[in-house]
Design a binder for this molecule. Structure first.
Ligand code: IMP
Length: 445
């Protein structure tokens, strides 16, 4: 069985942890979009690993990891990650493959990312209403993700296959550097980047990356023919998807399940199941509406207990109650067969828990997710309040052993989303997760 795992909120749902648990049953782990903006945290035997570009199931011995064509690669960041895995004794040359169609991030992309964010910030200060109109800063991770995807769509991006072809690479890079320097100078008043410095740095990257490069479509086709079980790891989350998220406060790729096909080069018929991952509450980093955002005191309490700080940037995450309108939108877009719920333990101390079951835009009730982000920003959540369980769930490993109030909360989430829960995580360690119901990646149906 081949499975896609996606974030069903604004990213940081704990996908790294869930993937690490599921990876035990998979043969091949595939990243299909995003890049080093992602930070998937896995904790094994008290040691913490944060994966940015490499599939996060690779800590399991004997697995193969693939970085698909839909991913944008910063070679420096990737090589650093490779070195960390190697130091842990993983035979990375055997375990990791990179699609030759993946696009590369260059220093001008990160510089453009920062310059555009600064321009948006100053437009907000001058214009006042820029934020409401989507003209304010996005709050990007600053990793050059957006500008790299812009080049991909504008058909001037440079791919891994280009890097492997020295003459073609220099020619493409020269053209891009000239153009980006014009933009940096004229539009942003920012310093230029230097062609020769980048060319020689990337020549070194080419040699280091060459052993990993494959034709991704062929590679995955062959593995599917051999009956290998594929696990596609979505990065970010549905509400950060460039089409289905809170546009423009989104990332620049398709973080939804559909992205797995285009971003890995596999047909839709090769996907058997989709699992959405949600936190037991909601978080988001960066700008944009978050209807269920907590008031300051509760925010501090949950942020501290849930260690809600970005794995890539260290930024504090904004936290709020579980938003069933958001999660149901994600279930529909992705076609989730089931959901995994993480960080249930973070709510352990709450005397009562709230679930957003709809919105109100002034007097108008809304029960579906609005496409107009400004409208979402105006919406007030409509809450259902349930009793809290006020007991420790972090050692529990069976649904039936959870406190009755926690079971009721989870059953209510299932009813609101219309899909069953298949896994619950109650802590950051690998052991602090248990399956609910009789499904497995090994089954053929
Ligand atoms: P970018 O992907 O760096 O362009 O950032 C665009 C938006 O997506 C910002 O709000 C980021 O905070 C958010 N974002 C990007 N990657 C992640 C992630 O892995 N987790 C959570 N938010 C993310």
């Amino acid at each position: 069985m081949n499975l896609v795992l996606v974030g069903a909120q604004w990213g940081d749902e704990g996908k790294g942890k869930v993937i690490d648990v599921l990876a035990a049953e998979a043969d091949v782990l595939i990243r299909y979009q995003g890049g080093p903006n992602a930070g998937h945290t896995v904790i094994v035997e008290d040691e913490e690993f944060i994966f940015h570009t490499i599939p996060s199931g690779l800590l399991h011995p004997g697995k193969i990891g693939v970085i698909g064509n839909g991913v944008v690669i910063d070679p420096a960041a990737l090589l650093e990650e490779i070195a960390r895995l190697r130091a842990r004794g993983i035979d990375v040359e055997r375990a990791l493959k990179i699609s030759d169609q993946a696009h590369l991030i260059f220093p001008y992309h990160t510089r453009l990312d920062a310059a555009e964010e600064a321009r948006r910030a100053s437009a907000t200060m001058l214009g006042g209403s820029a934020t409401e109109c989507g003209g304010g800063p996005i709050g990007t991770t600053g990793r050059g993700i957006g500008p790299c995807y812009v080049d991909k769509v504008a058909r001037c991006g440079i791919r891994v296959a280009d890097l492997m072809d020295d003459a073609a690479f220099r020619e493409k890079l020269r053209r891009n550097v000239e153009e980006k320097n014009r933009v940096l100078r004229l539009l942003y008043g920012a310093p230029p980047v230097e062609f020769e410095a980048i060319a020689s740095q990337y020549r070194a990257y080419r040699d280091a990356l060459r052993p990993f490069v494959v034709n991704g479509v062929r590679f995955l086709h062959d593995l599917r023919q051999q009956g290998k079980r594929l696990l596609f790891e979505g990065a970010q989350g549905t509400l950060l998807d460039v089409d289905h998220g809170t546009y423009p406060y989104v990332t620049s790729s398709n973080a939804t399940a559909g992205g797995a096909c285009t971003g890995a080069g596999v047909p839709p018929t090769s996907i058997d199941r989709v699992i959405g991952v949600v936190k037991a509450y909601t978080t988001r980093v960066g700008e944009g509406p978050l209807p269920t955002e907590f008031p300051a005191l509760l925010m501090e309490q949950i942020r501290t207990k849930g260690k809600e700080f970005g794995a890539t940037t260290g930024r504090p995450r904004r936290c709020g109650w579980f938003d069933a309108v958001v999660a149901r939108h994600a279930v529909w877009v992705n076609g989730c067969d089931a959901i995994a719920v993480t960080k249930l333990d973070v709510l352990d101390a709450m005397p009562a828990v709230q679930i957003c079951v709809g919105y109100r835009d002034g007097a108008q009730p809304l029960d579906e997710f609005p496409s107009n982000t400004a409208q979402l920003g105006r919406c007030a959540p409509v809450y259902e309040t349930l009793p809290g369980w006020q007991s420790d769930t972090s050692e529990i490993d069976r649904f039936d052993d959870l406190p009755a109030a926690a079971q009721r909360y989870l059953r209510r989430l299932e009813a609101l989303l219309g899909v069953p829960i298949c896994l619950i995580s109650t802590g950051s360690k690998r052991e602090q997760a248990f399956k609910v119901g009789p499904w497995s990646l090994s089954s053929t149906t």
